[in-house]
Design a protein around this ligand. Structure first.
Ligand code: PRP
Length: 176
């Protein structure tokens, strides 16, 4: 690991797994007869999405949208780049966006706008982490794993300059 950073554990993989089971029960209650299109927001959501869908015992479809706004920094640039559209047609679908974290809300706001313009039947958001203290756009989180403080968090899909995504738990990154 990068010697200039110290990782302080925030959520263990066991705590995350247990919370995901609860989220899956909520999602099942609302979507069990709607075959939602679960849209993972790459790259950060890939670990969460993989664990979440394996807790769902009803028909779902999966696709991905890839956007980026942070580059190598710890602050959003405020400009969201759509790097890759979903392959699936989203028109008329019940879309469940899956995010690792909602911070400023700028990414979610951008994707919501993009999806609405495509004529989706509904759009909801499932985010493992919510950092409401940083919000710059009003976005609703329909299924929320954990609220996190205003600290930079890594692991379980979340990166700092592309590193740490592979950690099994979530940690706070402290500079020296
Ligand atoms: C991260 C994260 C969310 C977004 C949240 O993505 O995965 O998509 O930032 O931040 P916001 O609410 O302030 O917009 P990032 O742009 O870093 O790309 P990545 O998923 O590839 O790491």
């Amino acid at each position: 690991m990068d010697s200039t950073h110290r990782l302080v554990p925030l959520f263990t993989s066991q705590q995350i797994a247990s919370r995901i089971s609860e989220l899956a029960a909520e999602i099942k209650r609302d979507y069990h007869d709607r075959c939602p299109l679960m849209l993972g927001v790459l790259k950060g959501s890939f670990v969460f999405l993989a664990d979440l869908v394996r807790q769902l015992d009803f028909p779902v479809e999966l696709d991905f949208i890839r956007v980026a706004s942070y580059g190598a920094g710890q602050e959003t640039s405020g400009r969201v780049k759509l790097l890759s559209e979903p392959v699936a047609a989203v028109e008329g679908r019940h879309v469940l966006l899956v995010e690792d974290i909602v911070d400023s809300g700028i990414t979610t706001d951008f994707i919501n706008g993009w999806l609405k313009a495509k004529g989706t039947a509904s759009v909801k958001l499932c985010a493992l982490l919510d950092k409401p203290s940083r919000r710059r756009r009003e976005v609703g989180v329909d299924y929320r794993g954990f609220v996190v403080p205003d600290r930079f968090v890594v692991g379980y899909g979340l990166d700092m300059d592309e590193k740490y995504r592979n950690l099994p738990g979530i940690s706070v990154l402290n500079g020296e």
